[in-house]
Design a protein around this ligand. Structure first.
Ligand code: FAD
Length: 451
């Protein structure tokens, strides 16, 4: 086996599909016997939406989405940013079902009820067996066993606030009774009331408190609301209850020899909305590189995964820490900070900067979705990228550049009125590795597409 991916969460499933597209054999080991049905993330936003388009997955996701298209704005913690952002509102269990379907179609093997015990041993339903894989990728979540076994540190901080979140069969009965839709700040904490589906209330409560043992209960939820609001809420029948303490942590390394990390195993952020976007884009960056290495490319390509994605998570950690702080500060100081930050964020330049951070906090150059004519047929860059292969776009009929590309690169001779250069060499993850008209420079980029 070329690669064992540990964890069939969204990141592991996305990675399995990317590895298969790159021609690697892959097995996904998942300790849960059945898929996780807890709601968790409500959707995706930013560059991952464009990346799903590059893989031809956008229509499947759109068919499941409560909303798909440019979101008119996006929250930076408690501060609304009025700037368009590509978005898809799909509950996490549906997202995982779509990604499972995709990974299986591409030929990945998914073994549920199989837990990684150590880097060479799997605990399956019929007993332990040896895992023989050239590479192991830990997509096994925030408490990653793979990270621990590989001895990779996970420094950072853990919040002293406890967040209880629940879905309840009820409408939004509390508007008009002093609560607004969204988070309501009080001296002792915050209470969330909102809804994304008619008849389902999403409620949450945050307060400084130790985490109790055992499963979360309705009574505990009600008591926490009462402590923060000083009154009860009509919550209705609970459909799902959770309890989390948020953390801000980043793995010291994304690679230790034959072991790699992606998704929550590599980073956890203290504010919502970014974790899945960053994690799925880790999978897109790593998939083609690891597949190329198992097919014989030099290992330096794998090191470029850490070099490119670790700084993205570090920047995401910075901006989610700021979001969490803006959200958390109470009293007049907190109100003053939020007011001034909101005023600054309304100016074009700061708004653009914050929007870029929320899109992916990534500084690599990604190919724009240019309109093209190929062989007399109108198409777009995203459609050409479907096969997840490196592509040389030749916009100027340059036989010398096409020859330099070699057999592994898909060559697309295209007419494009907005072409930025004679040629673009685009990696399978959409990064422009070369743009220009110089054959020698193109050959260098082809030899070392990672940074
Ligand atoms: C209440 C809540 C709300 C959230 N809201 C949002 C949101 O709005 N937006 C957002 O982007 N994110 C949100 N998140 C975070 C999001 O759910 C995670 O970022 C996402 O699930 C991470 O995906 P992953 O594939 O990296 O890890 P996970 O989804 O954690 O998957 C890891 C998988 O590995 C398996 N596993 C673990 N150990 C082993 C082992 N030893 N052997 C085999 N399998 C193993 C686990 O069973 C699990 O299936 C939320 C999370 C919670 C809890």
């Amino acid at each position: 086996m070329d690669v064992a991916v540990i964890g069939a969460g969204p990141v592991g499933l996305m990675l399995a599909a990317e590895l298969r597209l790159g021609g690697a054999d892959v097995v996904v080991l998942e300790r849960r016997a059945t898929p996780d049905q807890r709601p968790r993330a409500n959707g995706l936003a930013g560059r991952i939406v464009e990346q799903l388009d590059h893989r031809g997955l956008l229509d499947r996701f759109r068919a499941e989405a409560g909303f798909a298209g440019p979101l008119p704005g996006f929250p930076f913690g408690p501060v609304p940013l009025k700037t368009p952002m590509p978005g898809l509102m799909v509950q996490q269990p549906r997202m995982e079902a779509l990604l499972t379907e995709r990974a299986l179609e591409l030929g990945a093997e998914i073994r549920r009820g199989h837990e990684l015990a150590d880097l060479g041993t799997v605990r399956g339903p019929d007993g332990d067996y040896r895992l023989a894989a050239k590479y192991v990728v830990g997509c096994d979540g925030a408490h990653s066993r793979v990270r621990e076994l590989a001895g990779i540190g996970f420094p950072g901080t853990t919040d002293d606030e406890l967040m209880r979140l629940g879905h309840f069969r009820a409408d939004l009965p509390m508007f008009g009774s002093g609560l607004e839709r969204g988070w309501n700040r009080r001296p002792g904490g915050r209470v969330l009331v909102t809804s994304l589906t008619p008849g389902v209330l999403i409620a949450g409560v945050r307060e400084v408190a130790p985490e109790p043992a055992g499963e979360p209960t309705l009574e505990e939820f009600r008591a926490a609301v009462r402590r923060v609001l000083g009154t009860d809420l009509a919550l209705g029948e609970p459909l799902w209850l959770s309890r989390t303490v948020s953390s801000a942590r980043l793995a010291e390394h994304y690679r230790a020899g034959r072991v790699l990390l992606a998704g929550d195993a590599a980073h956890v952020f203290p504010a919502g909305g970014s974790s899945l976007n960053v994690g799925l884009l880790d999978a897109v960056n790593l998939g083609w590189k690891l597949a190329a290495v198992v097919r014989g490319a030099g290992e330096a390509l794998l090191d470029s995964y850490h070099a490119e994605r670790h700084p993205v998570a570090a920047r995401t950690l910075t901006h989610t820490r700021v979001q969490a702080l803006l959200d958390r500060l109470t009293g007049e100081d907190g109100d003053a900070l939020r007011t001034l930050f909101g005023e600054l964020a309304a100016f074009d330049e700061p708004k653009r900067h914050l929007a870029t951070l929320l899109r992916d906090a990534d500084e690599l150059p990604y190919v724009p979705d240019l309109p093209l004519t190929v062989g007399g047929r109108a198409t777009r860059v995203a459609e050409v990228m479907r096969a997840a292969r490196p592509v040389l776009f030749d916009f100027a009929g340059r036989a010398d550049l096409r020859e330099a590309a070699g057999p592994d690169v898909k060559i697309v001779t295209a007419a494009c009125p907005d072409a930025p250069a004679d040629a673009l060499f685009v990696r399978p993850d959409g990064v422009v590795a070369y743009q220009g008209d110089d054959e020698k420079a193109l050959r260098e980029a082809l030899a070392a597409p990672g940074r």
